[in-house]
Design a binder for this molecule. Structure first.
Ligand code: ADP
Ligand code: MG
Length: 856
């Protein structure tokens, strides 16, 4: 059967065989066509027409095509849905035996996109790879639009949650995993499973050797990190298959350790709403949205990284704080710096487009425009010996690159190489010669009419152009007898003759071929310019990095100035002294009413602070604000407080009861306990623990008991004793401070006058004496009789403190309609419930049922 199908069908099938789980975009003229099952998917997902094509006698197959110039948009939609798309192009100028050779030039997957239109300029587009082996895991990630390539190795009992936390931080677009390897559930990014042999250690090591042209991985700090090697090797091989052109961007791999920055588990990252809110998942309302005043796409990506990666090294933090302070103090300098940064293009991604060979003419003018701004920007900051000098040290003016671009690329370059005018006159002698000769040929033709009229004396002689004959000379019939002999007659019209001359045809050829020649030379020259520019890429990328740092520092300074933040003091001990702290996000969302600042000053010997207070009084806000202020300080940001002294925190753990969290198959209480267990296993004396309403998800007695035991454990375990803020509405827990020396009670102040209760949002020493839950119920609009009755019950409960409680029953009003001498009521009155055993009670019930219900 096969030999009957058309040659092009055979070619298609051969290529498709190599790309089974991928949609193949097969270039046919101006279209990318898809066939068979691919066509059905494309038609469905892209909402395009499904047609069919003849491939053999009497055999039609499904086909769906998209115009090549609109490919980005369609690609975006497929990639977004997690499909991989192989782009198969025509290669070569000439058909071979009537058929163009074709070849897959790249495979587009979520993590390997390079089209600017498909990328979000505000965040990195990471391809990550995870290799897990027992209690260890290697994670590598690369962004082929910026050249970032890094790997790490994790270990721990609960390896899945470590992996998950790191992936939550990276937020990759795609995660590559060996076939058959389990992953923690609910991860960001599309999963791509790849044959396990690709991740085989020897193979991966060899791939790294080859790629980096090295004989040892020691230089990358990977010597004793076999899983990091396997995950990095996996990434390189995957790129070889999908995006070979991108490989040269990855010039080194940076091995990092999670000990380099503050470790935030996935739950904490979410609970603190660092880069997106819990409720909407959007940036607005997150910590990032308050701090982000960056003006360049590079800065936007970097500040997101900083927020996700607080530092652990005091000197590094202080360097950043000094830089922010410098820019905060000088409002004028900051404004000027930001206005110089604002017009800058995405130098990082543009440079990488140059290296990978995907740059277009306007990308080069954008780089030039950016470099053009640098001298002014640098002179603004230079020569005053400031904390920014260390950043400036890495910022090069890239003069060689600038000179090259200045000389080579035209001011008004067209967007693509399809049009001419890319290369600036004077750069290429070859190009200039062609342009010049075409220009003079054009001129010669333009003058021809008047020259020939003069020469022949024929006033009506005309020079014209048509598609069939090209340029011609037209003479009306009355003058044809005096046409010069060298005129060659080409066409006879009703009342005129048209001629050509050999000389004229020569010039015509010059004019018509020139454009094609120019395009060819410009294309070639452009690629040469890119190659030369590529030699400066390290300098360009380092400059891009410095610019993004300046942008982020200015952004933090701007946020500090706009919101009245102060510079925190960082110390190596375990102090925590925040005075008049505020919640950076909530304080901005309080329209009209003012945010009430609160202290969090741990006194000597204090370990656990229990905060009691009614619902809605501000406990959760206070807890989060302490965590956020700590985190902001360690990322090098100013903080919303009157003053702050913060002993370096190695990790922040949060357990915050999010009501709207519904995990598949797990009860909220189970999730709460899993998270609490995680904290108790991993916290150290340097950690900060934020425990909000632990035990809320179960019955009151269970809840109080668990919460109680957790506090005792943190307090007593010598390997723990971490600074802990524990919010609860169980005021039973306030008794702990009398029993444990390092526990302190605080509560949220409430003012009560004439039966009206007002929450003051002020955290004050001492335990709450009441929970005000009924007050909240009233605020929520529960019917008045219920509120009154609840107050009665509360009073009874409170007066019977400690002992088993017996609530006076309140019976339905209808009871009064029965005779006062209801025998059941009499019997009930006679019984002492406290002395009744369960079996006796049960028997009593049976007895009554028989007596009063069944008899009647
Ligand atoms: P709780 O955890 O005690 O139930 P929340 O922390 O959730 O209370 O706070 C409830 C609301 O009270 C918040 O949404 C906020 O509007 C307001 N609030 C909290 N803290 C303050 C404060 N310090 N100043 C002003 N309003 C606050
Ligand atoms: Mg709360």
């Amino acid at each position: 059967m096969e030999e009957e199908v058309t040659p092009i069908r055979q070619q298609y099938l051969e290529i498709k065989r190599e790309y089974q789980n991928t949609i193949l975009f097969f270039r046919l003229g101006d279209f990318y066509e898809t066939f068979d099952h691919d066509a059905e998917i494309a038609a469905r997902e892209l909402d395009i027409v499904l047609t069919s094509r003849n491939v053999a006698k009497g055999m039609r197959i499904p086909m769906a095509g998209i115009p090549y110039h609109a490919v980005e948009n369609y690609l975006a939609r497929l990639i977004d849905k997690g499909y991989h798309v192989a782009i198969c192009e025509q290669v070569g100028e000439q058909p071979v035996k009537g058929l163009f050779p074709r070849q897959v030039v790249r495979v587009v997957t979520p993590g390997t996109v390079i089209e600017p239109g498909l990328l979000n300029s505000e965040r990195n587009n990471y391809l990550a790879c995870v290799v897990i082996s027992e209690a260890r895991a290697g994670i590598a990630y690369a962004d082929i639009t910026t050249g970032e390539f890094a790997a790490t190795e994790l270990s721990g009992e609960d390896i899945f949650s470590l992996v998950r936390a790191e992936l939550m931080r990276l937020h990759p677009a795609e995660v590559l995993v060996p076939d058959g390897q389990a992953l923690p559930g609910d991860l960001p990014g599309h999963e791509t499973h790849w044959p396990a042999w690709r991740f085989e250690p020897g193979r991966c090591q060899e791939t790294l050797f080859q790629h980096f042209q090295v004989a040892s991985l020691d230089g990358f700090g990977m010597r004793s990190l076999p899983l990091a090697v396997r995950s990095a090797g996996g990434i390189l091989q995957y790129l070889q298959e999908t995006q070979p052109a991108a490989l040269k961007l990855l010039t080194g791999v940076n091995t990092y350790s999670l000990n380099d920055f503050m470790n935030l588990d996935a739950a904490t990252r979410r609970n603190l709403e660092l880069t997106e809110t819990l409720r909407t998942g959007e940036v607005t309302g997150s910590l990032l949205s308050v701090l982000d005043h960056t003006v360049t796409p590079m800065g936007k990506r970097l500040i997101r990284q900083w927020v996700s990666k607080p530092l652990l090294n005091r000197a590094e933090i202080e360097t950043r704080l000094d830089q922010v302070a410098y820019l905060k103090d000088s409002g004028l300098l900051r404004a000027e710096l930001r206005s110089h940064l604002k017009p800058l293009a995405d130098l990082e991604r543009l440079t990488n487009r140059v290296i990978s060979g995907s740059a277009l003419p306007r990308d080069l003018t954008a780089i030039r425009g950016t470099l053009d701004e640098l001298p002014d920007l640098v002179s603004l900051l230079q020569g005053q010996s400031s904390p920014l000098d260390s950043v400036l040290g890495h910022l090069s003016l890239c003069e060689d690159a600038f000179t090259l671009l200045q000389a080579a690329i035209d001011e008004n370059t067209p967007a693509t190489l399809q049009n001419i005018g890319v290369i600036r006159p004077g750069y290429s002698a070859e190009l200039d010669a062609v342009v010049e000769s075409s220009r003079s040929a054009r001129e010669w033709i333009a003058n021809l009419e008047s020259v020939e009229r003069e020469r022949t004396g024929i006033k009506t002689l005309k020079v014209g152009y048509n598609k069939v004959f090209g340029y011609y000379i037209e003479i009306t019939n009355s003058n044809t007898d005096i046409a010069p002999p060298e005129y060659i007659r080409k066409q006879t019209l009703v009342n005129a003759e048209r001629y050509i001359t050999p000389e004229m045809k020569e010039y015509e050829t010059l004019v018509l071929n020139a454009e094609e020649r120019i395009r060819e030379i410009e294309g070639r020259t452009f690629h040469e310019v890119c190659a030369r520019l590529g030699k400066f890429s390290l300098e360009l990328l380092q400059t891009a990095r410095s610019l993004s740092e300046l942008d982020v520092l200015a952004s933090l300074a701007e946020a500090a100035a706009a919101n009245g933040y102060i510079c925190p003091t960082i110390s190596d001990d375990q102090c925590l002294e925040i005075r008049d702290g505020r919640h950076p996000v909530v304080e901005r969302s309080l329209a009209g009413s003012r945010f009430v600042p609160n202290d969090a000053v741990f006194e000597e010997g204090e370990v656990v602070r229990i905060i009691t207070g009614p619902n809605m009084s501000g406990k959760s806000t206070f807890l989060r604000q302490v965590a956020l202020i700590t985190l902001m300080a360690q990322m090098g940001s100013f903080v919303p407080a009157g003053s702050a002294r913060i002993g370096l925190v190695d990790r922040i753990f949060t357990r915050i009861g999010a009501q709207d969290e519904i995990h598949a198959g797990q009860s909220t209480f189970m999730v709460e306990m899993i998270e609490t267990a995680n904290i108790l296993h991993h916290a150290t004396p340097r950690s900060l623990l934020i425990l909000d309403e632990i035990g809320r998800g179960t019955s009151t007695y269970d809840g109080v008991s668990i919460a109680w035991a957790v506090v005792e454990y943190i307090h007593n375990h010598p390997g723990l004793r971490a600074r802990t803020l524990f919010a609860t509405h169980y005021h039973e827990l306030t008794q702990l401070s009398e029993l444990l020396p390092s526990v302190r009670n605080y509560n949220v102040a409430v003012s009560e006058s004439e039966g009206k209760v007002v929450f003051l949002h002020k955290i004050v020493p001492g335990g709450a004496d009441r929970s005000y839950g009924i007050h909240v119920a009233q605020l929520a609009g529960l019917p008045r009789p219920i509120i009154q009755r609840a107050m009665e019950i509360l009073q009874q409960l409170e007066t019977s403190s400690g002992k088993a409680v017996r609530i006076q029953p309140m019976l339905p009003q209808q009871i009064a309609l029965f005779p006062e001498t209801n025998p059941l009521i009499d019997e009930l009155k006679a019984i002492d419930v406290n002395t009744l055993s369960p079996i006796e009670a049960l028997n009593k019930l049976y007895e009554w049922q028989r007596k009063y219900l069944h008899e009647s």
